[in-house]
Design a protein. Structure first.
Length: 160
C-alpha cells in the first residue's frame, strides 16, 4: 500500500511512519522508508535541497540531477549513504548510435530506469526494503518517467 503526501514536510512526516511502506513519484512527495531515489533536473534544485534536508542520517539511496552543463553543478549536502550523481547533457549523446545531442530529461530517464532495474526486483526482502521515488522537473519526458515509475513501483498518482 502506498501513502501519498504533499507539501514541504512530506519527507519528514513519512519518515515518522517507518512501519508503513511508502512509495511516491509525485512532485513534492517522498519518504525515507527503505531506499530512496530522488531525481530532478536543474529547474527543481531548490526542491531537491529541501527534500534532502528532511532526510534522516540513516537514509540510503540515490540522487540523480540532470543539468545542461558541468558549469551548472553545485554543492549539495546529502546523508552519508545517499549518493548524488550529476548528469550533464553536454557530455552525453542522444539515442545510442546517433550523433544527436542528449535531449532534456533523457539522461535522467536513462539513469533512473537503470537504477530501478538494478535495485528493485519487487522482492522487498531481497531489495532491502521498499523504494521511495521522488521525481521533479520540467518537460514531458520527466512527466513520462514519473508515470513509468508509478507503473513499476506500484505507487498511485493521486493529486492529494
Amino acid at each position: 500500500m502506498s501513502v501519498v503526501m504533499n507539501g514541504p514536510a512530506a519527507l519528514q512526516a513519512a519518515a515518522a511512519q517507518t512501519s508503513r511502506p511508502v512509495r511516491s513519484v509525485r512532485p513534492g512527495r517522498a519518504a525515507s522508508s527503505g531506499r530512496i531515489l530522488l531525481a530532478t533536473d536543474e529547474s527543481s534544485l531548490d526542491a531537491l535541497k529541501l527534500a534532502l534536508s528532511t532526510l534522516g542520517g540513516n537514509a540510503r539511496g540515490q540522487v540523480f540531477v540532470e543539468v545542461a552543463s558541468t558549469d551548472d553543478i553545485v554543492a549539495i549536502e546529502a546523508p552519508e549513504l545517499v549518493t548524488v550523481t550529476w548528469l550533464a547533457r553536454e557530455n552525453r549523446s542522444g539515442n545510442p548510435g546517433t550523433s544527436r545531442r542528449c535531449a532534456h530529461g533523457q539522461a535522467l530517464e536513462r539513469a533512473v530506469l537503470a537504477w530501478v532495474s538494478e535495485m528493485h526486483t519487487g522482492d522487498s526482502e531481497r531489495d532491502g526494503g521498499d523504494v521511495t521515488a521522488w521525481v521533479e522537473g520540467a518537460g514531458t519526458r520527466i512527466w513520462e518517467l514519473r508515470q513509468t515509475l508509478i507503473a513499476r513501483l506500484g505507487a498511485t498518482s493521486d493529486a492529494r
